[in-house]
Design a protein around this ligand. Sequence first.
Ligand code: AMP
Ligand code: ZN
Length: 118
Amino acid sequence: MTDCIFCKISKSELPSDTVFADNEVLAFRDIHPKAPVHVLIIPKKHIDSIHHIESAEASLISKLVYTAKDIATSERLKGYKLLFNVGREGGQVVDHLHLHLLGGWEGGSPDAVAPFKE
Ligand code: AMP
Ligand code: ZN
């Protein structure tokens, strides 16, 4: 997608603080981190979201998760959160599939999964 910022990052048309890249995936630090360590792991191929993934592409999901695990190890994270926001109602702002790796809090994560409030 020509106007997708994560496609531009994956083609090096926009800068990023890259932590890992291979032929399928790219990982870079979030520009507005929500945790002391906040890395985004994306497929280089444009896919809008988890909701748009085809069965033939499903192995990409394990590749994203496995890459996140390797980055967590290299960042010496003992615990972390992995998050996909899906669609506007799910909090997704950038419409290029990405996995958030969040961690590095002193003494553990500030919140468990918060209770539902109406
Ligand atoms: P989401 O709400 O799941 O779509 O998350 C998108 C994330 O992308 C946000 O945490 C943004 O801070 C991050 N982001 C947006 N633009 C950039 C960029 N150019 N480089 C790194 N991270 C970015
Ligand atoms: Zn894209």
